[in-house]
Write a protein that binds this ligand. Structure first.
Ligand SMILES: *[C@@H]1O[C@H](CO)[C@@H](O)[C@H](O)[C@H]1NC(C)=O
Ligand SMILES: *[C@@H]1O[C@H](CO)[C@@H](O)[C@H](O)[C@H]1NC(C)=O
Ligand SMILES: *[C@@H]1O[C@H](CO)[C@@H](O)[C@H](O)[C@H]1NC(C)=O
Ligand SMILES: *[C@@H]1O[C@H](CO)[C@@H](O)[C@H](O)[C@H]1NC(C)=O
Ligand SMILES: *[C@@H]1O[C@H](CO)[C@@H](O)[C@H](O)[C@H]1NC(C)=O
Length: 343
C-alpha cells in the first residue's frame, strides 16, 4: 500500500516536471531563423541600397523592386526585368520585354521613370535611345536637331537596313516611290532603244527610310514619345564598345547608374547586420535579428550569443523560474503529506 502511494506521488512529480518542460521550455524560434530581407531573387544578389522586402535597403529605392520569380524594376511605365547588378560599378542592366529590338518589332510604348528614379538611377551616358520611324515634324529633326548624335561610327539609318525588325519601315516607304521626272515610254521599241539607258535598278526608286535619331535619356525625360513623334524606340547600352559591330550584335537594354546614400551602412554590415529603414519614419535601421534592431550596428558578438541561446530554446524568464520552484515545492509537500497520512 505504502509503496503504491509512493509510486503515485513519484508519478505526479514526474508528470508535473514534464508539463513544466513542455509549457515553458519549448523552442521559441525554429532552428532556421526567419529571413529579414531576401538577399537573392531570380539568381541576382540583392544588396544595399536595394531591397525587395519593405524596410530593407535604402528608403530612396523603396517599392521599386518586385521579386516574382525574376527580379523586376518598377517604373511608372512598367516592370523591367533586371538582367544584372554590378555593385562595384554601381550599375544595373534592365530589359524591357515590350521593347522593340533588332529582331523583334513591338507596338509603340513609352519609357517613363519617376522623379526620384530619374535622380537616383538615371540611364548611364553609354545607354543610347534610338528613336525610329519619326515624322518629319519631330522636334528632334527640327528645333532640337542638336539632341541627335552618331555613336562609335554608327548612324541610326543603319538600323533600317541591318535589322530584320525595322526593315518594314523602309518597305512601307518603297511602296509609294515618288514620281519619276522622266517616265518610261509606254511601248519601248527594242530596235531604236537598243543602246538606250537600261531601266534603273529597283534600289534607285527607293525613297530614303523615315527619319530616326540616336539620343540620350535626357531627351526622353523632357519629351514623351508622343511629343517626339516617333512610333518606336529601342535602347542600346555599352555603346562605347560597339565600334565596327553591326546592329544585330548590339546589347539591347538599358544600363542604369545608381547612387548609394552615404549613411554608414558599412558599419552595420561589418557588425553582421543588414541595412534597412523604419517603414514609418524612413530613418535608417541596422537589422540584426528578428528580435533586435539597432540604429547604427549590431554591437559585436552579443547579438550572436543571444541568437544562439534563442535557437536552443533556453528562454528562461524570471516568471518561469518562479513557477518551476512553486511546482517543485508543491510536489514535495504533496509527497510528504501522502507519506504522513499513510504512516
Ligand atoms: C510584382 O509582379 C507581379 C507579376 O508581374 C505582380 O502580379 C505583382 O502585383 C507585382 N507586385 C508589386 C508590388 O508591384
Ligand atoms: C511609321 O510612322 C507613320 C507615321 O509617321 C505611321 O503612319 C506608320 O504606321 C508607322 N509605321 C509602322 C510600321 O508602325
Ligand atoms: C551621322 O552619320 C550620317 C552618315 O554618316 C551622317 O549623314 C549624319 O549627318 C551624321 N549625323 C550626325 C548628327 O553627326
Ligand atoms: C552602243 O554604245 C556603245 C558605247 O556606249 C557603242 O560603242 C556602240 O556603238 C553603240 N551601239 C549602237 C547600236 O549605237
Ligand atoms: C526591426 O525593423 C524591421 C523593419 O523596419 C521591422 O519589421 C521589425 O518589426 C523590427 N523589429 C523590432 C524588434 O523592432
Amino acid at each position: 500500500m505504502q509503496a503504491c502511494v509512493r509510486l503515485v506521488s513519484l508519478f505526479i512529480v514526474v508528470f508535473e516536471f514534464v508539463s513544466i518542460l513542455t509549457l515553458h521550455l519549448k523552442p521559441v524560434q525554429s532552428l532556421s531563423p526567419p529571413v529579414l530581407c531576401r538577399s537573392l531573387c531570380g539568381g541576382i544578389p540583392i544588396n544595399y541600397p536595394f531591397g525587395v522586402d519593405d524596410g530593407c535597403g535604402a528608403p530612396h529605392y523603396r517599392k521599386m523592386m518586385n521579386c516574382s520569380g525574376d527580379l523586376f524594376l518598377l517604373t511608372p511605365s512598367g516592370s523591367y526585368k533586371v538582367r544584372s547588378i554590378d555593385y562595384d560599378k554601381q550599375t544595373m542592366v534592365i530589359f524591357d520585354p515590350a521593347m522593340s529590338t533588332c529582331t523583334t518589332l513591338q507596338p509603340h510604348h513609352d519609357f517613363i521613370m519617376s522623379d526620384i528614379q530619374s535622380v537616383v538611377m538615371p540611364p548611364s551616358s553609354d545607354t543610347v535611345f534610338a528613336l525610329i520611324n519619326c515624322s518629319i515634324d519631330s522636334p528632334v529633326l527640327n528645333h532640337y536637331r542638336s539632341l541627335c548624335f552618331n555613336f562609335s561610327g554608327h548612324s541610326c539609318d543603319e538600323l533600317y537596313s541591318a535589322c530584320t525588325s525595322f526593315k518594314i519601315f523602309q518597305q512601307f516607304h518603297s511602296l509609294t516611290p515618288p514620281f519619276s521626272a522622266t517616265p518610261f515610254p509606254a511601248t519601248p521599241n527594242p530596235f531604236i532603244n537598243a543602246n538606250a539607258t537600261s531601266p534603273p535598278p529597283p534600289s534607285v526608286s527607293l525613297s530614303p527610310p523615315p527619319p530616326c535619331c540616336f539620343t540620350g535619356y535626357d531627351t526622353m525625360k523632357i519629351m514623351s514619345m508622343n511629343i517626339l513623334d516617333c512610333t518606336h524606340y529601342t535602347t542600346v547600352y555599352n555603346t562605347d564598345d560597339l565600334k565596327g559591330v553591326g546592329p544585330l550584335d548590339w546589347s539591347y537594354g538599358m544600363k542604369l547608374s545608381y547612387s548609394v546614400p552615404n549613411v554608414g551602412c558599412d558599419r552595420c554590415q561589418r557588425s553582421g547586420g543588414t541595412c534597412g529603414f523604419d517603414t514609418e519614419t524612413e530613418g535608417m535601421l541596422c537589422l540584426c535579428s528578428t528580435s533586435a534592431n539597432a540604429t547604427r550596428d549590431c554591437g559585436n558578438a552579443v547579438g550572436g550569443n543571444i541568437n544562439a541561446a534563442a535557437n536552443w530554446g533556453l528562454k528562461t524568464t524570471p516568471l518561469t523560474l518562479f513557477q518551476l520552484l512553486i511546482w517543485l515545492f508543491g510536489a514535495l509537500v504533496n509527497m510528504k503529506l501522502w507519506h504522513v497520512y499513510v504512516v
